[in-house]
Structure formats: structure tokens, C-alpha cells
Design a protein around this ligand. Structure first.
Ligand code: PMP
Length: 440
């Protein structure tokens, strides 16, 4: 897999002495596993709404960060956090109202079959817990994920995160299926994905392994952003269930209104998963995540394996989570995600009329994939061009990144408070960068 939008420390081009010093301190202190974005890294010290500011006060338009989903440093979230932090912060082994109020609000947002919510601190932990429950319930261990999936950093979920590269080992119980790519693939994506699931199950069984679950990010973010046609996931889910496996929806990326009023990626496909994992935007930057689960799945597990996560579901996190939901609902952000997302896609399709390098514009709500190709007939990934576009936008103070197997798909997913006026700024600067790179 091509290296996606990573700074090359050997180059250090264009950095000020202070920035070079920060880069060297990071390397020395944090070790070699961390990556920075961009040929010229961005140093950010303050955020507000859809804007991020560098130390000199220059503002960058954030078209990338889906964690600060209700806007950077939203006053209502900050206020809820500070108030609860000044009152009490313990854990889930004492009685407290806030976790219950929050759980009620969350459960009202998902299909009624998902009757419980369990709290973690990260999406990785949520997926890890979901895997434990799936294995305990089915008594099986086989897992099916997409070819370039990312599900997190614990041992168990790094194994099902092939986007980390082949260096990270995958167990013999894991099978990879192609991403549901309606742009490159022929025919019916849904039928193809269902066939791929059946083949993966057959191959597992040939090796004496039974399938426990199909686990997918329902917007297929690291695979390249695949949202259409609505409903394409259903045959694959029917296929895994027909084989006695569960369906786990990883909503860490699309969840909490990003894909529009359906609120969740799975809901766009008309599905009720057996488990749903959530994280990132749930706390607008405060580390919180969780698993929604059908009660029968955890009945036995809950009796035999007690669950305690020191920080998961603490009163401060729950106060933050409630404030985030209040803002999403009070400011109509899921509705606006659809409206502004459609507006952005229309603007990008307009640009495609002038720029043959744009092969495809896709996505749902404010989760947009824009694929750059060498030519539209051959669809070869324009990886180098994409790097120039990502860095060109950074020079024009617009932050996005790239994804997909060819690192040629622009990943566009701003905070949900992104309005038409911000979309216009983005589209103007995008047009200028595409003209620059076309002229090079
Ligand atoms: N699932 C998906 C789809 C993700 O994108 C991520 C994070 N990028 C995770 C799980 C893991 O979440 P966390 O980094 O909070 O552990």
C-alpha cells in the first residue's frame, strides 16, 4: 500500500527552526512509530468551529477532522466537561444518574433490538470487546473484514486492520474480502460482496474454522469511502447470518449524524446489526467509545466475565456525551450534514467537468471521497497527483487527507458545523489547487 500523506523527516523542507526543533523532539521522545501529516507539517495551537489556528494566528479550514464533529472546542461541550470535572469524576462501580441518562439517550438513537450499551474509551477497545462477545456467543473464532480495513490498535483488532500493512500479523482465522467498490467493480456490488462473504466462509471451513462475524466500517473509510448504492450491504449481512455468524457494524467513522439524518452508516442500508461499535465523534475529542449490543449476546458473557473499564462511562465522559448529543440535535447537524454534503458533492462534480483527473465523487452526508485518476477510461490511481493536491491545499490552508489502496482518494469529512459558506471556501481553494497541479 502506498504511504498516505506522511511527512518525510529526511526532507524537513520549508520548516522554520522552531518547527524543526519540534520534529526532532518528537522523534527523540516518541520513537519511530508516529507519523505526521503533510510534506510540511502543520503546527496547531487553537481550534474553534471549523477553524484551526497556527501559532502566528493563521487560520486553517478543517475539512478533515471528524472527531471534533460538533466543532472544535464547542462552548456547550467544554462547559459540560468543566462543570462535571469540577463536581465529580469516578467510575461505573458507584451509582450515578448521568451514565443512565446518557445510555437512555444513546439507546433511543439505535434500533430497539440493540438493548444495551457498554462503555469504553477508544474505538479499538470497543471493537476488541465486540470481538470477545462475538466469540463467546458463537463459540467460533473466524472473522471477515475488508481488504484495507482499519479497526484499531489492540492485538486482536490490529490483526483485522490490514491497512496497517503486511508487517502486522494476521491470524489464520481472518479472511479479507474486497471493498464494495462500485466505481471500479462491474455489476451489482451487493451481490458481489455477498459472494465474497460466502467464499471466505467456505475457505475458513476448508481450514477447520467456523465464522464468528463479519465486521465492517459501514462507510469503508480506509478502503476508499464506499456509500452507494444504498442497501448494498444487506446481501452480505444475510450471507454471514445464513452461515451462523454475526454482523458487527463499526460506526467509529460514519456514526453520530455524519452520513445524514439516518444518523448511522448501517441505517442507510436498512440493517439492524448484532453489535455496533462507536467512538471518535461521540465525545467531540474527549476519549470515549462504546458497543451497542443485542441483550441475548451478552447474557452469558455478562454472567461469567464481569466487565469493568476504569475510565469508560465515567461521569465526565457521560456529561460530555450528553452535551454532544444536545448540540447535534439542537443545531440540526445531521440534517445539515446531508444538505451541505450534497452541496459539496455538486460543487465537486462541477469541478470534475473541468478537471479530467477527477474520476469519481462519492460519499454520504459530510463523508466524501473524491478519486483522482490518471485517465477516466483506465482509472489508474493518480497517487502522485493526489499527494500534490493534498499538500497544495495545505499550502492554501485547507486540511484534508487521502486514503485507499492507491492513496488517490481524497478523504473529505469536516466537522458537522461546516456550512455552505465553508464549502464555498473549500471549493474555491480546491479549484485553484487543481489548476495549479494541472499546470505543473
Ligand atoms: N474503527 C475505525 C473504522 C476507525 O477509523 C478507528 C480509528 N481511526 C478505529 C476503529 C479505532 O479507534 P481508536 O483510534 O479510537 O482506537
Amino acid at each position: 500500500m502506498s504511504m498516505v500523506n506522511a511527512f518525510d523527516p529526511e526532507a524537513e523542507s520549508g520548516l522554520s527552526p522552531a518547527e524543526k526543533d519540534l520534529v526532532r523532539r518528537r522523534e527523540k521522545l516518541l520513537g519511530p512509530a508516529y507519523r505526521l501529516f503533510y510534506e510540511k507539517p502543520v503546527h496547531i495551537v487553537r481550534g474553534e468551529g471549523v477553524w484551526l489556528h497556527d501559532p502566528s494566528g493563521q487560520a486553517y479550514l478543517d475539512v478533515y477532522n471528524n472527531v471534533a464533529s460538533v466543532g472544535h472546542c464547542h462552548p456547550r461541550v467544554v462547559e459540560a466537561l468543566s462543570r462535571q470535572a469540577a463536581t465529580l469524576n469516578t467510575h461505573t462501580r458507584y451509582l450515578h444518574e448521568t451514565i443512565l441518562d446518557y445510555a437512555e439517550r444513546l439507546l433511543a438513537r439505535v434500533p430497539s433490538e440493540l438493548g444495551h450499551v457498554m462503555f469504553t474509551c477508544t474505538g479499538s477497545e470497543a471493537n476488541d470487546l465486540a470481538l470477545r462477545v462475538a466469540r463467546a456467543y458463537t463459540g467460533r473464532r473466524g472473522l471477515i473484514v475488508t481488504k484495507l480495513a482499519y479497526h484499531g490498535v489492540t492485538s486482536a483488532v490490529a490483526e483485522i486492520s490490514p491497512s496497517l500493512g503486511d508487517y502486522v500479523p494476521r491470524g489464520d482465522h481472518i479472511r479479507l474480502i474486497p471493498a464494495p467498490d462500485a466505481y471500479r467493480g462491474d455489476g451489482d456490488v451487493g451481490a458481489r460482496m455477498a459472494r465474497d462473504v460466502r467464499e471466505a466462509v467456505a475457505d475458513m471451513r476448508a481450514h477447520g474454522i467456523e465464522p464468528a462475524a463479519l465486521l465492517v466500517d459501514t462507510i469503508f473509510s480506509s478502503d476508499g469511502v464506499f456509500a452507494e448504492p444504498v442497501g448494498f450491504l444487506r446481501p452480505a449481512v444475510e450471507a454471514i447470518r445464513a452461515e451462523g455468524g454475526l454482523f458487527i457494524a463499526d460506526e467509529v467513522q460514519p456514526g453520530f449524524g455524519r452520513v445524514g439524518p439516518d444518523f448511522w452508516g448501517f441505517a442507510r442500508h436498512g440493517l439492524v446489526p448484532d453489535m455496533v461499535t462507536v467512538g471518535k465523534p461521540m465525545g467531540n475529542g474527549h476519549p470515549m467509545a462504546g458497543v451497542f449490543v443485542k441483550p441475548r449476546l451478552v447474557e452469558d458473557f455478562g454472567r461469567k466475565a464481569r466487565y469493568f473499564n476504569t475510565f469508560g462511562g465515567n461521569p465526565v465522559s457521560c456529561a460530555v456525551g450528553l452535551a454532544v448529543l444536545d448540540v447535534i440535535e439542537g443545531e440540526g447537524l445531521a440534517e445539515s450534514a446531508r444538505e451541505v454534503g450534497d452541496y459539496m458533492r455538486a460543487g465537486l462534480r462541477d469541478l470534475a467537468g473541468r478537471h479530467p483527473a477527477i474520476g469519481d465523487v462519492r460519499g454520504a452526508g459530510l463523508f466524501i471521497g473524491l478519486e483522482l485518476v490518471v485517465d477516466r477510461a483506465g482509472k489508474a490511481p493518480a497517487s502522485a497527483l493526489t499527494t500534490r493536491v493534498v499538500n497544495g491545499l495545505r499550502e492554501r490552508r485547507v486540511l484534508i487527507s487521502a486514503t485507499g489502496p492507491g492513496a488517490n482518494i481524497l478523504k473529505i469529512r469536516p466537522p458537522l458545523v461546516f456550512r455552505r459558506e465553508h464549502a464555498d471556501i473549500f471549493l474555491d481553494r480546491m479549484a485553484a489547487v487543481l489548476e495549479d497541479v494541472a499546470a505543473q
